[in-house]
Design a protein around this ligand. Structure first.
Ligand SMILES: [Ca+2]
Length: 552
């Protein structure tokens, strides 16, 4: 208790001069929360000072103005001082990425980096982590993580996958912690299928890849849109952006485009040139030859939203994106399904690494454990009920201002939306939202609004409306570790950078020729040979040397 009183006195001394020097309202001094776990978030007495650098988000300026905050004095700095006994001192914050990294480069050259530095925007983050390592400006953070990390923080990193630490692994030591990005949300891991078209054709939602192909064919050959004309619609899109969303078909064949995957012998191989990709090309080639891929299609979004194409290969949250289809045609309906596999082995959607920013600690920092405590603290505040005053003051206020952005460091949990979907599904089954709070209760209301006749809320029902909703279905991928994460998350070698665009062109151009029948299927083997001879072999060796190092 004594420590807390000292902290409050300190706070008053620090805040006092600013009351007279600044206009507008001030951040209120916080009363320390007594229930903070001392083992993971124990405060400092006397207060310690920690310097840090972080990126700037453009919408933060408005929030500072509205709240009368400064970067030195806001609810986060105030709460961290009161609760943890840490005075956070921002030494620089820049919005523009190039300027940020120019500043960082200068700081590294002079050796004058802050106690905690935010290295964001992968893949350039990897270069800067390496540069800091080369200049002995990284701290082995792992011993502090093991000693201080809360169970919640450990769970975050375990769910994110070990790859998130690879870019920060040097000499077998982990030298940075990271923020977590829910990259599962960006993965093309669902097919959104026109359910009204299936109904019109008396077809069931496909449960095997063969059935899926049958749907593609029927959506083209028959009259799923009931306009009286057969053959004026398509099943799946085929346009210039094919190699982004078209990866779903490859994933169904256990092939992963533009992704470094671990092969059976434990080495990394480039997914696009593995034998499974040839099988996917075989399927696509047959579909093209049968007229099931539209060579004239220039924009698949227009095709699907315009009711010309019945399957949208997309992301978990695309129910909202497809809402305009429902707005235009109240009979329209999509169901999300997970990717279907060509055999007994489950289909795995390809995905990117779950982190995009790293927090490093300067070896000269006397309290390197502070980084771990700040991450624990961020998760703790985030775990409070949304009607808790602290939560409202520090995460999202009544005007939806994103106050969490002012936290010096942030971390989130993979699969948060799946947790929400489970809660909402349970409430829908029970017919009451009495156990839901905050956003969970809002989502329940939106789903119920649709079910009570408000078509404008249809998208929410598709994403969160029970056990067939996309966020609920996503849980199967997460719980079974099915996302196929790109394993190479290090610096590209000079050769990789020099050969990248030629190798990409070789594959996309060659694959399209095979799909269109301009080259035979075995042309795939020619592409693979060329890929290796044009630098791919050397790149593979480099990637595997890197992998051996980070795996330890
Ligand atoms: Ca038709």
């Amino acid at each position: 208790m004594k420590k807390r009183i000292v902290s409050i006195l300190f706070l008053l001394i620090l805040v006092f001069p600013m009351i007279f020097s600044a206009c507008g309202p001030q951040a209120e001094p916080f009363t320390p929360r007594q229930e903070l776990d001392q083992a993971t978030m124990g405060g400092y007495d006397p207060i310690i000072k920690i310097t840090y650098a972080r990126p700037w988000f453009s919408n933060m300026t408005q929030t500072l103005y509205d709240k009368g905050w400064t970067m030195e004095d806001n609810n986060w700095t105030s709460a961290i001082r009161a609760d943890l006994g840490i005075k956070m001192q921002l030494v620089w914050s820049i919005a523009d990425s190039a300027e940020y990294f120019a500043k960082l480069t200068g700081s590294i050259a002079s050796g004058a980096i802050p106690d905690i530095t935010n290295i964001h925007a992968a893949p350039s983050a990897y270069d800067y982590l390496q540069m800091l390592e080369n200049n002995d400006l990284l701290t082995n953070i792992w011993p502090y993580y093991e000693q201080y990390a809360s169970d919640e923080l450990k769970e975050c990193y375990e769910l994110a996958g070990e790859e998130v630490f690879y870019p920060a692994t040097f000499g077998g030591e982990i030298k940075a912690l990271c923020s977590i990005l829910g990259s599962e949300n960006d993965s093309w891991s669902f097919y959104w299928i026109r359910k009204d078209w299936l109904d019109n054709l008396n077809m069931q939602v496909p449960t095997t890849f063969d059935e899926f192909v049958e749907v593609i064919k029927a959506f083209h050959d028959k009259d799923p849109d009931n306009d009286g004309i057969n053959g004026n619609t398509y099943g799946i899109p085929f346009d210039a952006s094919f190699f982004a969303y078209g990866a779903t078909i490859f994933n169904s064949h256990h092939a992963y485009l533009n992704t470094w995957v671990e092969l059976e012998d434990g080495t990394l191989g480039f997914g696009s040139i593995q034998p499974e990709a040839k099988e996917a090309l075989s399927t696509l080639r047959e579909l093209y030859a049968g007229g099931y891929l539209d060579p004239e299609m220039t924009n698949y979004e227009t095709a699907v939203k315009g009711g010309k194409c019945g399957i949208w290969p997309g992301q978990v949250h695309n129910g909202l994106f497809l809402q305009p289809v429902k707005d235009k045609n109240s009979n329209a309906d999509f169901v999300p399904i997970r990717l279907l596999s060509v055999d007994d082995e489950e289909a795995r959607p390809q995905a990117n690494i779950n982190s995009y920013q790293y927090y490093t600690v300067n070896p000269s920092c006397k309290n390197p454990e502070v980084l771990v405590k700040l991450l624990n603290y961020y998760l703790y505040i985030g775990s409070l009920d949304s009607d808790d005053e602290y939560k409202k003051d520090m995460f999202t206020d009544e005007n939806a201002a994103e106050l969490w952005q002012f936290a010096p460091v942030t971390v989130s949990k993979v699969g948060e939306n799946f947790e929400r979907a489970k809660k909402v599904a349970e409430a829908l089954n029970d017919g009451t939202k009495e156990n839901l709070k905050g956003t969970d209760a809002d989502v329940y209301d939106w789903v119920m609004a649709y079910r009570n006749g408000d078509n404008s809320q249809w998208g929410w029902d598709k994403i969160y409306g029970g056990e067939q909703s996309s966020e609920y279905l996503m849980g199967h991928y997460i719980e079974n570790g099915l996302y196929m994460t790109n394993k190479f998350v290090g610096n590209k070698s000079d050769n990789m950078q020099a050969t990248e665009s030629d190798l990409n062109l070789l594959i996309t151009d060659g694959f399209l020729k095979i799909i269109r029948g301009e080259e035979p299927l075995d042309y795939f083997d020619v592409i693979v040979d060329s890929w290796e001879n044009m630098g791919g072999k050397e790149n593979t060796e480099y990637v595997n040397d890197w992998y051996e190092n980070v795996k330890g």
